[in-house]
Ligand binder design. Structure first.
Ligand SMILES: Nc1ncnc2c1ncn2[C@@H]1O[C@H](COP(=O)(O)OP(=O)(O)OP(=O)(O)O)[C@@H](O)[C@H]1O
Ligand SMILES: [Mg+2]
Length: 250
């Protein structure tokens, strides 16, 4: 579904991503973790077609070309339009697509997404009238409106409280199960990554330094021994890489 070959991104002399290679299969849920500044957002932006890069990436057999958006994207700060209502924000994603579908089909899709994200009753409200969790649900609904094969999420739950975060995490799993999309989630939380994903990719120094497979059936809980061990492992690996980075600077 997603193929990345020698993907390299430089900002001037700063090589942020250094010949990344990986594949993501159909309906896989992959998390990306790594220290601040290691290039997680840059990687998502490249895959989303929002940044140019060297090397290649393809989504569902189509080359990723800067300027052509082929993935759904959800950002940490929601990026909703304050002057549009919930419904208008969700509908907005359709503007970018050349639609073959009829207006009625589109309206049905908007309705279905509003219902799926529990937003039907709030369709007429503006973003400022919503809680953070609701805003992020609007952003997720909007990203799904074009029915992208891949959903890219850059710390979507970072500014939410723990309870909302957990609830949205399990909603995300439901969406993933019902829509069979590929989800790539950037998170700073090792526990979120381990609880939700099939694979956790640890990014460091512009490279994928480790991939941890989480072959544990869902639903998963923090009380499962294997889950606790996986979280510890990811956290320890991140701490070791941090130490490596510090000693490298000396
Ligand atoms: N537009 C830009 N121009 C120049 N440098 C950039 C640009 N965007 C990102 N960078 C640099 O690329 C590196 C990676 O940034 P990026 O935002 O991808 O990190 P991140 O892993 O998402 O960090 P965080 O966890 O803090 O969100 C940083 O060194 C940053 O300064
Ligand atoms: Mg980032």
């Amino acid at each position: 579904m997603l193929e990345v070959r020698d993907l390299t991104k430089r900002f001037g002399d700063n090589v942020v991503l250094d010949r990344l290679n990986f594949d993501i299969g159909n309906n896989e849920f992959v998390s990306i973790v790594g220290h601040s500044g290691c290039g997680k957002s840059t990687l998502l932006n490249c895959l989303a077609g929002l940044e140019s890069f060297e090397g290649s990436a393809s989504v569902a057999g189509q080359q990723v070309v800067p300027g052509r958006v082929s993935c759904g994207v959800v950002f940490q700060d929601y990026a909703l339009f304050p002057w549009l209502t919930v419904e208008q924000n969700v509908r907005f994603g359709l503007r970018f697509t050349v639609t073959r579908n009829s207006r009625r089909e589109m309206s049905e899709r908007v309705e279905a997404l509003l219902a799926m994200m529990d937003l039907s009753d709030f369709r007429g409200l503006y973003p400022r009238q919503l809680s953070g969790g609701m805003r992020q649900r609007v952003a997720i609904a909007r990203s799904l409106i074009i029915d992208p094969p891949v959903l890219l999420m850059d710390e979507p739950f970072a500014s939410l409280d723990a309870l909302t975060r957990r609830r949205l995490g399990s909603e995300l799993l439901n969406i993933w199960k019902t829509t069979k999309k590929v989800i790539i989630l950037v998170t700073h939380s090792a526990s979120e990554a381990v609880l939700l994903s099939d694979r956790v990719m640890i990014l460091h120094g512009g490279r994928v330094r480790h991939v941890e497979h989480i072959d544990v059936p869902r639903p998963r809980t923090l009380s499962q021994k294997i889950i606790g061990e996986k979280i510890d492992f990811v956290e320890r690996t991140l701490a070791d890489l941090q130490t490596e980075k510090k000693s490298g600077l000396e």
